[in-house]
Design a protein around this ligand. Structure first.
Ligand code: ZN
Length: 497
């Protein structure tokens, strides 16, 4: 075929079609996001502190500037949630029969109102009730005004996860039946000394807003063997005195930042791709959890996670500029460093029903030691691998699938909050080949500052993330959990297939 100026123009215009706004994004755009978010002025963006609110405001006003819209049910671009810090009771005394137990040595009161009780102690199995399974540990048992002792964990699951996740319900079940306190017999795999240390400190979580939330004292006790407690477990109630000074609880509302970009396809716009990145970090000084100096006590979190937040902001701009077929939810998560709190809250309180969210693409990482690649955590699990590889290749980058598996990275960022609900999810991290010296120099360290960031690499990482979001949101095929994946059944339940 002969070459004509007409075919040359055709070629040019088809090339222009293949170009989306990600391809022409300038470095100064993402660099300015990262430099602002990681600035000393923001004091490490610790959840609930002024710098964290300023970061949230910055993200919200950028969403507005790009033309992304607020979601119904949000307060403008903010989804507020309660951050609750519980400090265990400072003083407590416990005597069962003739045996006295020492607080913070033999047992640990962790939560609940103040109490001064002289009553009876009874044993209630696991303290669990599951009507659908015909299981009721309280059957025929009167616990009114008494202290209830139960085994940690669930009847069919003694894992630490089951133990932690069932605490709220177990306290409520005991309180509903009139018990004045509930104490779990500590039978978890962690050493008791570790549990005392770890759970004896203040802890922060999403506050419980349910009207029937439990307030009775709750604690753990390490069994000694042959004493009055052993009699209780055998089914012989004993005399008990229990006092507690009560836990102190402080509450504060903190924001996730959220917006939507409606899709362009009349049908597919009812499906949503959820883009997420956490914008909080650990703060300053002792709160940072790592060594610091008087000269540098700010944990700027340039890599963790101003990096991923910049990718989210770039995607917000380019996807709003040139729409995708599916709609896009932009979610800047708060409280990640305190236990994925913001994403857990959104997953429990979604502003668009979760079954309409077909995918979660998360941007987060510990840092990088390989700037010719990005890392794909969750690679090989959701049918999106080709998109990941082609989006990275468009900016000259390779892909490291599931780096450092022994670190369990998939379950350590916000993507897991959605995966656990069944939403197929992948986390795009900067290139990491191992938790080596280069990585650990910055990971949760004071030197993780903007000045040390490879800005050309930041741009290519952000571009890959935004283009990947575009390709998934435009693909006629939906991501799906691979057969046998640990989240496959949750996915089937969510989407009712
Ligand atoms: Zn992070």
């Amino acid at each position: 075929m002969r070459f004509t100026i007409f075919s040359f123009l055709l070629t040019l215009s088809s090339l222009a079609l293949a170009q989306s706004p990600e391809h022409t994004a300038p470095q100064y755009e993402v660099e300015s996001h990262l430099r602002f978010l990681a600035s000393d002025e923001l004091q490490g963006r610790r959840t609930g502190e002024p710098g964290n609110f300023i970061a949230a405001r910055y993200i919200a006003e950028n969403f507005r500037a790009f033309g992304a819209q607020p979601l119904p049910g949000a307060d403008g671009y903010f989804q507020h949630f309660p951050l609750e810090t519980v400090t265990p009771p400072s003083a407590s005394a416990l005597k069962i029969g003739k045996t006295a137990y020492e607080h913070r040595k033999d047992y640990l009161m962790m939560a609940g109102d103040a109490l001064n009780a002289k009553t009876t102690a009874v044993f209630a199995g696991h303290g669990w009730v599951d009507a659908s399974a015909g299981h009721d540990d309280y059957k025929g048992l009167d616990v009114k005004g008494k202290v209830v002792f139960v085994i940690s964990g669930l009847p069919d699951d003694s894992s630490p996860m089951a133990a932690f996740n069932s605490i709220r319900d177990k306290r409520r079940l005991a309180q509903e039946r009139g018990a004045v306190a509930i104490i779990e017999l500590y039978r978890l795999g962690f050493p008791w000394q570790f549990a005392l240390q770890y759970f004896g400190k203040s802890s922060t979580r999403v506050g419980d807003d349910s009207p029937d939330k439990a307030t009775i004292p709750y604690g753990w006790l390490k069994e000694k063997g042959n004493d009055a407690l052993a009699e209780i477990v055998k089914g012989a109630p004993q005399k008990i005195t229990l006092s507690s000074s009560g836990a102190s609880v402080t509450r504060k509302m903190v924001p996730n930042v959220i917006a939507v970009i409606p899709g362009s396809d009349p049908v597919l716009k009812d499906e949503y791709v959820l883009l997420s990145a956490h914008f909080d970090h650990v703060g300053t000084g002792k709160n940072g959890g790592s060594p610091f100096t008087a000269a540098d006590s700010i944990f700027n979190g340039a890599r963790d996670n101003a990096f991923g937040t910049s990718a989210l902001l770039l995607a917000a701009r380019t996807l709003a500029q040139q729409k995708t077929k599916r709609s896009i939810i932009l979610l800047a998560c708060n409280g990640e460093e305190m236990g994925l709190l913001g994403s857990l809250y959104y997953a429990d309180h979604p502003l668009i029903p979760l079954r309409q969210t077909i995918f979660n693409l998360n941007a987060d990482g510990a840092g990088y030691n390989e700037v010719t690649k990005i890392s794909a955590i969750g690679h090989g699990r959701t049918g999106t691998d080709e998109h990941i590889e082609s989006a990275a290749a468009a900016f000259g980058l390779g892909v490291i699938p599931n780096p450092v598996p022994e670190q369990g990275l998939f379950d350590r960022s916000d993507n897991v909050s959605f995966a656990a609900k069944g939403v197929p999810a992948v986390c795009i991290s900067p290139g990491v080949t191992g938790f080596d010296e280069t990585l650990m120099k910055y990971y949760h360290q004071a030197p993780d500052e903007a000045a040390s960031v490879d800005m050309p690499y930041l741009l290519r990482y952000c571009q890959s993330f935004a283009l990947l979001a575009r390709r998934i949101a435009d693909d006629a095929a939906k991501p799906i959990w691979k057969k046998g994946d640990k989240y496959e059944s949750a996915g089937m339940k969510l989407y009712q297939k």
